[in-house]
Ligand binder design. Structure first.
Ligand SMILES: NC(=O)c1ccc[n+]([C@@H]2O[C@H](COP(=O)([O-])OP(=O)(O)OC[C@H]3O[C@@H](n4cnc5c(N)ncnc54)[C@H](OP(=O)(O)O)[C@@H]3O)[C@@H](O)[C@H]2O)c1
Ligand SMILES: [Zn+2]
Ligand SMILES: [Zn+2]
Length: 343
C-alpha cells in the first residue's frame, strides 16, 4: 500500500488524515491531485454519512501522472489528467459496451464511497494529494484549459453535458437551466456554445447580470408569478439542477409541448402530478455523470470553445469554509480546493 494525506470525515468535520492508496495494478496510474472541485453531492454525502466506513469526498479533479503501471498506454509520467466521479465499471454489460459506463448494470465504481471491484475496499475521493485510478477512467487534460477551472467539468460539467447532447440541444433549441450553481452555470455555458437560446430559472433576480455574462438570453424568476407565467410552455429542454426535493409542477409548466424536463439535481423519491405531464405531452428524464466517450467529447468541446468553470480556488485547509458557503448558496460558481497544502 502507498500512503498519502486526505480530508477524511470525522463526524461532520473533515480532518487531514493519512490515508492508503493501493499499489498500482498493471493498468493503473498514480495521480498527484492538484485541484478538486467541491460538488453539492459532497455536502449530501457528508450529511448522510453515518460514520460507517471512511469518507473522503471529492470527485472532480485534475493533476499530474506521477507513475504508470506496465500496461498503461495512454499516459506517461508528467501528463496532465482529469478524473471524474466514476473510476471503474464491469466493461462487458450492454451499457459499458455502448460507452455508457455511468449506467453499468453492475453499477459503476464511484470515485469515493464506492467499492473497489478487486479488493473490496471503500474508494476514497479527490480531497487528497494522490489518487490511483485505472487509466481507462482518466482523461488527458487539454493543454489550453486551466487545471483549477477545468476540474469541475469532470462532474458538474459532464452531468449536464450528457443530457444536453442526448436531448439534441443545438441551434433553434430553447433551453432553460433551473438553479444557477455549479452544474447550472456550466449548463448555461454549454447550451449557449451549442447554439441554443438559453434562459436561467433562478429564485432571485440577483444573478441576472451573471446569467447574461455566462451566455443566457434572460432570467425567469421562479419566485415571481408574473415572470414564471410569461415563460409558460417556452422551453424544449429544461435542465433542473435544484439540490432539494421540490414540486416539479411549476418547472414542467415552463416546458414546451413535447419538451423534456431533465431532473439531474435532486436524486430521490419525488411525487408528481401527472396532469403536469399530460398537458403538453411533456417528458420527464434524468441523467447522471457520463460515459467515457461523452466525457472525452465534452473535454474536446471545452478546449475548442475555451469553456471552464467560474471558480473560487481555496487552499484545501479551508474546505469547511467552502462547504459552509456552498450550503448557503454563497458561491460563484464552484469552489475548487488547491491540494498542494497537503504536502
Ligand atoms: N445527477 C448527477 O449525477 C449529479 C452530479 C452532480 C451533482 N448532482 C446534484 O446536483 C445538485 C446540484 O449540485 P451543484 O453542485 O450544482 O449545487 P449548487 O452549486 O449548490 O447549485 C444548486 C443551485 O440550485 C439552486 N437552489 C439551491 N437551493 C435551492 C432551493 N432550496 N430551492 C430552489 N433552488 C435552490 C441555487 O440556484 P439559484 O440561487 O439560482 O436558485 C443553487 O445555486 C445537487 O443535489 C447534487 O448532489 C447530481
Ligand atoms: Zn459531483
Ligand atoms: Zn457494465
Amino acid at each position: 500500500m502507498r500512503s498519502t494525506t486526505g480530508w477524511q470525515a470525522d463526524g461532520t468535520a473533515l480532518r487531514s488524515t493519512p490515508i492508503s492508496r493501493r499499489d498500482l495494478r498493471s493498468d493503473d496510474i498514480a495521480v498527484r491531485v492538484d485541484f478538486c472541485g467541491v460538488c453539492h453531492t459532497d455536502l449530501h454525502s457528508l450529511r448522510g454519512h453515518n460514520g460507517e466506513g471512511p469518507l473522503v469526498p471529492g470527485h472532480e479533479f485534475t493533476g499530474v501522472v506521477t507513475e504508470a503501471g506496465p500496461d498503461v498506454t495512454a499516459f506517461q509520467v508528467g501528463d496532465a489528467v482529469a478524473v471524474g466521479n466514476i473510476v471503474d465499471s464491469c466493461g462487458v454489460c450492454t451499457m459499458c459496451v455502448a460507452g455508457q459506463e455511468n449506467f453499468c448494470r453492475e453499477f459503476p465504481t464511484l470515485t469515493y464511497g464506492g467499492t473497489d471491484r478487486y479488493d473490496g475496499t471503500t474508494t476514497l475521493g479527490g480531497f487528497s494529494r494522490e489518487y490511483v485510478v485505472r487509466e481507462k477512467f482518466a482523461y488527458p487534460l487539454p493543454s489550453g484549459l486551466d487545471p483549477a477551472a477545468a476540474a469541475p467539468l469532470l462532474c458538474a460539467g459532464i452531468t449536464v453535458w450528457e443530457p444536453l447532447r442526448a436531448l439534441g440541444v443545438g441551434p433553434g433549441t430553447r433551453v432553460a437551466v433551473a438553479g444557477l450553481g455549479g452544474l447550472g452555470h456550466l449548463a448555461v455555458k454549454f447550451a449557449a456554445a451549442l447554439g441554443a437560446e438559453v434562459s436561467v430559472v433562478s429564485r432571485s433576480a440577483d444573478r441576472a447580470k451573471d446569467a447574461l455574462r455566462l451566455g443566457a438570453h434572460d432570467v425567469v424568476v421562479s419566485t415571481d408569478a408574473e415572470s414564471a407565467a410569461a415563460a409558460r410552455d417556452r422551453f424544449d429542454v429544461l435542465i433542473d439542477t435544484i439540490p432539494v426535493q421540490h414540486d416539479l409542477g411549476p418547472y414542467l409548466q415552463l416546458v414546451a409541448v413535447d419538451g423534456t424536463l431533465s431532473q439531474v439535481g435532486y436524486l430521490g423519491p419525488l411525487s408528481l402530478e401527472t396532469m403536469d405531464l399530460l398537458v403538453g405531452r411533456k417528458k420527464l428524464s434524468s441523467g447522471g455523470s457520463g460515459g467515457i466517450p461523452a466525457t472525452a467529447a465534452m473535454l474536446e468541446f471545452c478546449a475548442a470553445h475555451g469553456i471552464v468553470a467560474d471558480v473560487e480556488v481555496l487552499p484545501s485547509a479551508r474546505v469547511d469554509e467552502a462547504l459552509d458557503r456552498l450550503d448557503r448558496g454563497d458561491v460563484r460558481y464552484r469552489f475548487v480546493l488547491d491540494l498542494s497544502d497537503l504536502d
